[in-house]
Design a protein around this ligand. Sequence first.
Ligand code: AMP
Length: 389
Amino acid sequence: MFKTLKDIDVSGKKVIVRVGMDVPVDEDGDITDDTRIIDGLPTIKYLLKKKAKLILLTKIGRPKGKRVERLSVKKTAAKLSKLVGVNVKAFDECVGDKVEAVVNNMKDGEIVFLENVLFYKEEKEKDTKFAKKLASYGEIYVNDAFSSSHRDTSSMTLLPKLLPSCAGILLEKEIDALNNLLENPKKPFIAVLGGAKVSDKIKLIENLLKRVDKILIGGAMAFTFLKAQGISVGESLVENDFIENAKKLLKSGKIVLQVDVVIADKMDAKAKNKTVSIDNIENGWLGLDIGPETVKLFSSELKKANTIVWNGPMGVFEMDNFAKGTIEIAKSIEKSKATTLIGGGDTISAARKAKVEGKFTHTSTGGGAMLEFLEGKKLPAIEALEKSS
Ligand code: AMP
């Protein structure tokens, strides 16, 4: 197990906090959703109370090793200043003389925000010199970025080797929620999976099958399973290379597939569409949402559950024509008495569209990291924390 903030004396110390403030921004770099800043507040407030000196570090978007102005941390730092009532100084670099001059003279309770760490190619390259320079600014390292914990990069896996380290409050909460889900789920435990590709989620399904009572599958990935059962799926998205895998997984007897489907003659918000039973998909048509009978079937399963995990939409929820199935399932999960855990960018957007965002026992801040954890993989940044002194 890794250390947490309670195990380390941070009072008056310079603490480098790798936060997960990877906010979505528009073309002008304006923040379109500040949830990821708000999620990071408990750790920041705790450290402020302890009169630590905070040096924050995050990635935003995918700048690929060069400066991209709209992905700068400036607006995130400004937003954070308002939220904590402390002026957060943003730098336009992560390492360098300017940073050095300021961090060497920081006062207790001061906060600085280093520039987007992905502006430096050294972050992905795991450059030791870069990591050592960063480490020289602090006395303690805190990982509070669950969403990047599946990444083996300088700020995620080298810093904990170079400084005494611990998990922040958000990271600890994420790991606890996921561990509980895998280790002590109250049964019946039901997983709801959807989205585009089976190939992305084979390992996840395999690992979940060892633990869950049922997996309800919707979205495009259902069609590979349906085809594996000999059902004609028309033009629906199918991954033919995974039909054999699908057949094996179906043998578990735990997979529940859709019984009806909203089909259209093309994937278009204005396309002609109709609802048919699953064995009536016509040639030339494709399935883009689960139908009302499936909503009933899935919802009745969900009513019996004591633990639910949900990842992936039941259809092309971005288009209103094909959003109903996902919205209804989101509502059923929200209404359930079960412990509920959801995660993934599309899944959270779908929950927002269903107006049930934030109403689950736990909403994971990491899509990729959550999936890898649920696949049973060890996340490199978590391993690095565990090994840290
Ligand atoms: P993923 O990233 O694998 O969770 O996939 C999410 C995407 O799957 C969303 O953008 C959905 O529009 C898409 N999707 C869900 N159901 C279908 C479907 N029946 N056909 C095509 N795309 C779908």
